[in-house]
Design a protein around this ligand. Structure first.
Ligand code: ITT
Length: 210
């Protein structure tokens, strides 16, 4: 059964997922599968790519969803996310997409991280996801999720996207496992990830506040 209790935020029952990243989009569509909204994305609506000039995940998420709502006239949900590495003072952080270059080549970004981590001993890292829901052109709410873990080389697994092959989340399918997100079943990742944590807050808010 699909949940329906939030009509005043979602004109014509529509929600635009404000992303041009197909890996994220497939996870987000899955997380929204029990919500009774008609889901569209920036990709299929051919919307321009917003300039992410903010200085935090929250600011960039707000830029993406508010711009999408302004242009489309509909409520939109953005996702600004990335990998935070302790030994690199939090990099790549909000620049996680930029490190993969114009062609979004994540094997280059991963090689760069491997090089920078050569003499480091602290492999602690986390994945962050900040969602921003914009509606009525000026209203918005942000939701943050974080998954602690560590990075590990060489990259392993091709089930995910972006930095998944080098990130080992603390939450594993079974105790004593050390699988990367690239090796973990996508449904397990989606039920336990930084994105899922942010999504739970988002769903709680839309069902509570209507
Ligand atoms: P949009 O802004 O259009 O959503 P983007 O790729 O530019 O797409 P971000 O600015 O949020 O997205 O950049 C975050 C990068 O970090 C992104 O390119 C991903 O590949 C990577 N990333 C985000 N979530 C991830 C996850 O769950 N697993 C692995 N990598 C992830």
């Amino acid at each position: 059964m699909k949940h329906k209790n939030f009509l005043n935020k979602f004109k014509e029952n529509k929600l635009i997922v404000a992303t041009h990243n197909s890996g994220k989009l497939s996870e987000i569509k899955n997380l929204l599968k029990n919500v009774d909204l008609d889901i569209y994305s920036s990709i299929e609506m051919n919307l321009p790519i917003p300039k992410e000039i903010g200085s935090s995940f929250e600011e960039n998420a707000y830029i993406k969803s508010s711009e999408t709502t302004l242009i489309s006239g509909f409520a939109s949900l953005s996702d600004d996310s990335g990998l935070i590495i302790n030994a690199l003072d939090g990099s790549p952080g909000i620049y996680s997409a930029d490190w993969s270059g114009k062609n979004r080549n994540f094997s280059d970004a991963i090689k760069k991280i491997e090089y920078l981590m050569k003499n480091k001993t602290d492999y602690k890292a986390s994945m962050v996801c900040v969602l921003c829901l914009s509606w009525n052109k000026k209203d918005f709410e942000v939701f943050r999720g974080e998954m602690p873990g560590k990075i590990k080389f060489p990259p392993r697994g091709n089930k995910g996207f972006g930095y998944d092959p080098i990130f080992i989340p603390d939450t594993q399918p079974f105790i004593n496992q050390s699988l990367t997100y690239g090796e973990i079943d996508p449904s397990f990742k989606n039920n336990n990830s930084h994105r899922n944590i942010a999504f739970k807050k988002f769903l709680k808010s839309i069902f509570k506040n209507g």
